[in-house]
Design a protein around this ligand. Sequence first.
Ligand SMILES: [Cu+2]
Length: 116
Amino acid sequence: MKLIPITFAGTLVAFALTAHAEDMPGMKMDDMQGMQTQAATQQAPAANAEGTIKTIDTAKHTVTIAHGAVAALQWPPMTMGFAATQEQLSGLAVGDRVKFSFRMEGSKATLVSISK
Ligand SMILES: [Cu+2]
């Protein structure tokens, strides 16, 4: 499937729903939102967690979070880095308690959303 500009996202989502209906029988409408920019990639569902921010690197766009157990991934509590966007990092500070969701892409964890 070729990439389609984001301006056609509404059309793309409708198309993706049709194209992938057989591939992803269990996929919910909410999960489709993340496919607007990665229509050709089948993503793992986002996992939810809570934690405390330990470091923020605005140059590398990463945030290190000491997070609690993540049942969906069978993870114990740990401290680890997450890739984040500038927008996600703005307004956050070391020591903040946060709720967040993320996806694993290989061994790299990328934030989907984060809030205090
Ligand atoms: Cu972790």
